[in-house]
Design a binder for this molecule. Structure first.
Ligand SMILES: Cc1cc2nc3c(=O)[nH]c(=O)nc-3n(C[C@H](O)[C@H](O)[C@H](O)COP(=O)(O)OP(=O)(O)OC[C@H]3O[C@@H](n4cnc5c(N)ncnc54)[C@H](O)[C@@H]3O)c2cc1C
Length: 241
């Protein structure tokens, strides 16, 4: 560990201050966090922190993926959306610049240290692009094989970091992406159809590796679609929120 960095993986409680807030749209927000001890948080692309949320009648712990890359200097970012009846995330929306919050981590095996030598497929929906974003960057920086992202949401404004994704697609010859807009109730099915067409029906190559992130049981269906088509279990990484 280099000086000035903190690698306190595990249960040690860390305190971060909110340095900046960015609203992507009315119900999607990013907080930019700095450790109050002035050190830099060490993590792998794709990992999350567990934030302690004091609600009066209960203290709940909720996971939030780190949306920035480990090599970025300055604050690290979490990105989240309103959830119907979601009191935990409601508390996060009430935080102001200068407030502090406590967390443990980083945690998570849904990560990428170096790009595999094989083609990479990524599937994300809405704010579940948060862990995928630093994974794409790491993949672009450390690999040469094609990287393709299928990114879905129920409406256009819920496609976060779009300009950046477009920019990466222009600059990195091996990165491409496509956007899928569909009603929430049909989104996972549509993502599955697009994934099927591209990675199952199109050829018999089953050497690809996948990273899938999203909300609810649809994520498991996407995982099983790929595994059921002949991709190895360990080649299909997934994170269900
Ligand atoms: C490893 C991991 C990483 C996560 N990273 C993020 C992140 O980067 N950004 C983020 O917004 N959330 C993230 N989540 C979800 C987050 O931890 C909370 O579950 C969410 O904010 C709702 O918490 P709550 O206490 O407000 O509501 P709860 O009452 O606990 O949750 C209500 C319901 O909302 C569903 N839900 C969870 N997340 C979402 C969502 N984003 N959109 C719609 N429904 C959802 C849950 O499945 C649950 O059924 C992550 C979850 C996990 C397990």
């Amino acid at each position: 560990m280099s000086g000035g960095e903190t690698a306190l993986r595990g249960r040690a409680t860390l305190t971060a201050r909110i340095a900046r807030i960015h609203d992507h749209c009315a119900d999607t927000r990013s907080l930019f966090l700095t450790l109050i001890d002035g050190r830099h948080l060490r993590f792998l692309p794709g990992q999350f922190i567990s934030i302690s949320i004091p609600l009066g009648d209960e203290t709940r712990t909720r996971a939030y993926s780190i949306a920035t890359s480990p090599e970025d200097r300055g604050p690290f970012e979490i990105c989240f959306n309103m959830v119907a009846g979601g009191r935990g995330v409601g508390w996060l929306f009430e935080r102001k610049v200068g407030d502090t919050l406590e967390f443990t981590g980083p945690f998570g095996a849904f990560s990428m240290e170096r790009a595999p030598a094989v083609e990479i497929g990524l599937i994300a929906e809405g704010t579940a692009i948060a862990p995928i974003r630093p994974i794409i960057r790491r993949a672009i920086e450390t690999g040469r094989a094609p990287i393709h992202l299928i990114y879905g949401a129920d409406r256009d404004e819920h496609i976060t970091y779009r300009a950046e994704l477009d920019e990466w697609a222009k600059r990195a010859l091996n990165f491409s992406h496509e956007i899928v807009i569909a009603p929430a109730i049909r989104l996972h099915e549509r993502l599955g159809d697009v994934a099927d067409e591209r990675w199952i029906a199109a050829d018999s190559d089953r050497s690809r590796q996948f990273w899938i992130c999203g909300v609810g049981p649809g994520v498991i269906k996407l995982r099983d679609l790929l595994r059921g088509a002949g991709y190895e279990r360990r080649a299909v990484h997934y994170e269900q929120w």
